[in-house]
Design a protein around this ligand. Sequence first.
Ligand SMILES: C[S@@+](CC[C@H](N)C(=O)[O-])C[C@H]1O[C@@H](n2cnc3c(N)ncnc32)[C@H](O)[C@@H]1O
Length: 171
Amino acid sequence: MALQAIPARIRWAVDFMDVQPGDHVLEIGCGPGAGAELICQRLETGKLFAIDRSESGVDRTKRRCKRFVDAGRLTVRQIDLATLRVPVKRLHKVYAFNVNLFWVRECQDELALLHERVLPGGIVHLFYDATRREQVPEIKEKASAALAKAGFRVSVAENPNPPVLAIIGRR
Ligand SMILES: C[S@@+](CC[C@H](N)C(=O)[O-])C[C@H]1O[C@@H](n2cnc3c(N)ncnc32)[C@H](O)[C@@H]1O
């Protein structure tokens, strides 16, 4: 089977996140599965729990990352973040790329749920494609405010090439 290319924006984001071999990671909105593939390559004893509310996102990630599912390193579930059930205070890192929920609507319930499940010192990373420069200020403002309101310490990073906006919430 042909190898599927991993977009440069996703490579940059996963490098930025600095996944450690023992990390427990949650991915929200795994879609085609490129982020899951790269994250799983870096895990040894750690695990990735990847969710997407769409059936096609879940199927694509499962297909692309079958070897990691078979090895027990990756679990993929069709769940909306609002109904996530994972043990409290277990996650080292949360990764979401181009998941608009965090800046287009009220999301305090979802962020409260993440705050409960992320370990002290753990980090939520919200990445966005920053190709459309005019959208960047609004995404930055709204997603940062939402994370801060949920109790995270917020910082922002911007990469010019590939253009990626990272909004980082530390617990
Ligand atoms: C634009 S796609 C991005 C896919 C992938 N992260 C990427 O960057 O290529 C957004 C994905 O997030 C999923 N999604 C959006 N809101 C979600 C939610 N509340 N819970 C779970 N998945 C969600 C969508 O179904 C979709 O697959």
